[in-house]
Design a protein around this ligand. Structure first.
Ligand code: FAD
Length: 250
């Protein structure tokens, strides 16, 4: 039998932080990853801390220095992004490609960020848009920095990014075994009005990665699996990068 020692549903962030500092604790957002993992490891002794009563939900528009941004609470479910008028089109598109629809109603923004999955299209989209994440309702750090650092202590409380302006361009390309499959490699391009282009790739590393040139792709070292060798993944990354470049620079 799996050993779930206790289940807590804290009512505040403060309470959640205190519980999370104890031994063998697992924070859950939607629990789509944690719960199957705990249940499949009978020897694991787990204390579950469910964040659903802490708040941390909602999608808010913000305006600062003439720049519009959107802030999304960490406990917001992925399905809530789809159709929300504050969310830009590219994020709608990526949200609807992330996970099967049943899991999207459960999985949260916080869990998706904390999982750092190198195949998550949505996380890759946030990276392309230069998103920042908030830890413990206190500190904001760039998502790119978070992904490249060691797992942080603390609870992810929100994510925010600037809304792409009308003069900027975004583009998504992917290659998968079928249109419904998780792509073998995908790329999300973001060309800002000042001409800066960056592309965030999935399927080429343990985390989504930003590239700005063919040289950056040359330096990648993707792991091979049954869907594609390392060389094939690099080739796909290069083709996707040139398709995106062509599209946003038309
Ligand atoms: C059947 C199945 C299929 C899946 N398919 C895919 C897939 O195709 N692509 C993909 O990318 N992922 C996939 N996943 C993984 C998972 O669903 C996603 O990563 C999901 O977005 C996790 O969100 P969650 O809220 O359910 O996370 P949880 O399971 O609640 O948590 C995931 C991790 O994040 C931590 N965490 C959660 N919230 C916070 C927070 N606010 N602050 C700090 N840490 C936090 C947890 O402790 C845990 O380590 C799949 C999972 C399942 C069960």
């Amino acid at each position: 039998m799996p050993s779930i020692l206790s289940y807590h549903r804290p009512q505040s962030l403060d309470e959640a932080q205190k519980l999370a500092s104890q031994k063998n604790t697992f924070i859950i957002g939607g629990g789509t990853l944690v719960i199957p993992d705990v249940l499949s490891s009978p020897t694991k002794e787990a204390v579950i801390i469910d964040l659903q009563a802490v708040g941390l939900t909602g999608i808010f528009s913000e305006l600062s220095g003439g720049q519009s941004s959107v802030k999304i609470g960490a406990m917001t479910r992925l399905s809530e992004l789809i159709g929300n008028e504050k969310i830009p089109m590219i994020v709608h598109e990526l949200s609807s490609k992330e996970l099967p629809s049943t899991l999207r109603t459960q999985a949260t923004i916080g869990g998706t960020i904390a999982d750092r999955n190198g195949e998550s299209i949505l996380l890759s989209g946030f990276l392309a848009l230069n998103a920042e994440i908030e830890i413990n309702c206190e500190t904001w750090i760039p998502l790119n920095q978070f992904l490249q650092s060691e797992p942080l202590e603390g609870i992810i409380t929100a994510l925010r990014f600037n809304i792409p302006t009308a003069e900027s361009e975004t583009s998504f390309h992917s290659v998968g075994r079928t249109p419904m499959d998780v792509p073998i490699v995908s790329g999300i391009g973001y060309a800002q009005s000042n001409g800066n282009l960056q592309v965030s790739l999935t399927g080429v590393s343990k985390i989504p990665v930003l590239v700005k040139s063919d040289d950056d792709i040359e330096n990648l070292d993707p792991e091979s699996d049954f869907r594609g060798s390392s060389a094939y993944r690099k080739h796909l990354a290069s083709v996707i990068f040139s398709r995106i470049t062509e599209e946003v620079q038309k």
